[in-house]
Design a protein around this ligand. Structure first.
Ligand code: ADP
Length: 450
């Protein structure tokens, strides 16, 4: 602002000086005209220098502005300062980008940026190794042309990225990759790919080891238990002091048998893929059968077991697996509810799911145990569980079976008051009995019409 005042003062001085000079020599108009022409020419000249300077490639070869004074000097200085600021912030940005690229190049996992048109924007070195991308040929290529796998295609477009996709590497069936996508910006995607071949191999080895050990232990335990049973059946011929140890040995061998049975079941659930040929399971009939079997197991406890099946729903899945899951819950309810307790098994529909709920008014579970209940061998009270023949594997089995039926286990409990275990099935897995009958009738009619 101060400069402007000086400029205006200086110009007023020049104009008034020239006007006075013109007046004195009697040529006022000519003097002013000549000064105006000089000003215009000078401004044209400055504009010309200015455009020349701006058009010189300032990015590649930044040059100082031409020497100038007055208002033009201020303009040059201002623009030069802005250019310098812009140069330093873009150098800073370049530095950050270089560092990000260098660090991602050092990563073992592939990092890929995909634009809103599903084309490759940028990727790191590991992406070239894991997925075979080539620079620069694959830049702007569609990701779906480069990874041609229906599983990847579904994962990419379903946009349900909460879980990672695990599949074999393109062009290398021996390699297992894990894909994880995150959306950002204007529907762009950041994709992280990890090689998990080794991890998968270790997990498989662990599962095989548990399955083999359980299998190998099965026969010795059966033999030991068989002999113990035979000895106990003839215990009259045995010294009295051996009666108690024999009973305890039989009890422990039964426990071992239960653990081996549950471990074998768990490992078969983990290794076998869910069966394709599903059965239609009438849930009311299933619940009644389980109630009957449990009642016979716990006659001494005289529980009241209520059944409230609001709708005759049919789940498509595997009957023996579902029997095992629901039975585990009902047996647990009976085990962990003191004599004369109440157990209720309810089945009902909500807007999003079909539920099989097993509730009891038993001992309940403290809140901090609940998230860990489905871990293998996790027991709230080890001695109580062992006394009642528990293995600590029951709820892990339930969780696995439900996952194979696209269902979830929800646990709610209040310590000292009771618990509720809910199996929540998606509606896509369930139909109502009358609909099933209608469908059967219709297919029978169609068959007859043929
Ligand atoms: P376990 O064979 O020991 O019963 P589970 O996996 O079936 O093993 O259950 C894990 C633990 O959860 C049990 O040890 C028990 O402490 C607790 N639990 C399961 N069901 C109930 C229930 N209905 N009421 C109270 N505690 C329960």
């Amino acid at each position: 602002m101060r400069n402007w005042h000086d400029h205006i003062k200086r110009h007023l001085l020049i104009w008034s000086g020239v006007a006075l000079f013109g007046f004195l020599i009697g040529q006022l108009l000519w003097a002013l005209l000549i000064l105006a022409i000089i000003y215009t020419l000078r401004n044209y000249y400055q504009l010309h220098r200015f455009t020349l300077w701006l058009n010189s490639d300032q990015r590649k070869q930044p040059s100082e502005p031409p020497e100038s004074y007055g208002i033009w000097g201020d303009i040059y200085d201002g623009i030069y300062r802005l250019q310098k600021q812009e140069r330093s912030s873009s150098a800073h940005l370049e530095n950050i980008i270089n560092k990000a690229q260098e660090s991602s190049a050092a990563l073992e996992m592939a990092v890929i940026m995909i634009n809103q048109h599903d084309n490759l924007d940028w990727w790191n070195k590991a992406a070239e190794k894991l997925l075979g991308f080539k620079f620069p040929q694959d830049k702007n290529q569609s990701i779906n042309n480069l990874i041609r796998n229906p599983k990847f295609h579904d994962y990419f477009y379903n946009e349900n990225y909460a879980e990672a996709l695990v599949m074999e590497a393109p062009g290398d069936a021996n390699k297992v990759l894990e894909f994880q996508i995150a959306l950002f910006g204007e529907h762009e995607r950041l994709m992280i790919v990890r090689d998990i071949t080794q991890l998968q191999r270790l997990a498989r080895m662990r599962k095989d080891f548990v399955a083999n050990v359980s299998h190998e232990l099965g026969t010795p335990i059966t033999v030991i238990k068989g002999y113990l049973e035979a000895i106990i059946d003839n215990q009259d011929s045995l010294d009295k002091k051996w009666h108690k140890p024999m009973q305890q040995m039989r009890q422990q061998s039964m426990r071992m048998e239960n653990i081996v049975r549950d471990l074998l079941l768990l490992s078969s659930l983990e290794t076998k893929t869910p069966p394709r040929n599903r059965q239609e399971i009438n849930t009311t009939a299933l619940v009644r059968e389980i109630e009957n079997d449990t009642r016979q197991m716990f006659t001494d406890k005289s529980h009241t077991i209520r059944i409230d099946c609001a709708s005759d729903a049919v789940i498509s899945g595997k009957r023996n697996e579902l029997y095992s899951a629901v039975s585990n819950l009902v047996v647990n309810a009976a085990k962990y509810t003191p004599a004369n307790g109440e157990i209720t098994v309810r089945t009902y529909f909500t807007d999003e799911s079909f539920i099989i709920a097993v509730s009891d008014n038993g001992i309940g579970i403290e809140a901090h145990h609940i998230p860990r209940l489905t871990e293998r061998f996790y027991r709230v009270d080890v001695s109580r569980s062992s006394d009642s023949g528990g293995t600590g594997l029951g709820l892990a089995i339930v969780k696995h079976i439900l996952a194979r039926h696209d269902a979830e286990l929800v646990i709610e409990s209040q310590y000292g008051k009771g618990s509720e275990f809910r199996c929540e099935f998606p509606l896509a897995r369930v139909s109502k009995v009358d609909q099933a009958i209608a469908a059967d009738n219709q297919s029978a009619e169609t068959a007859a019409a043929r």
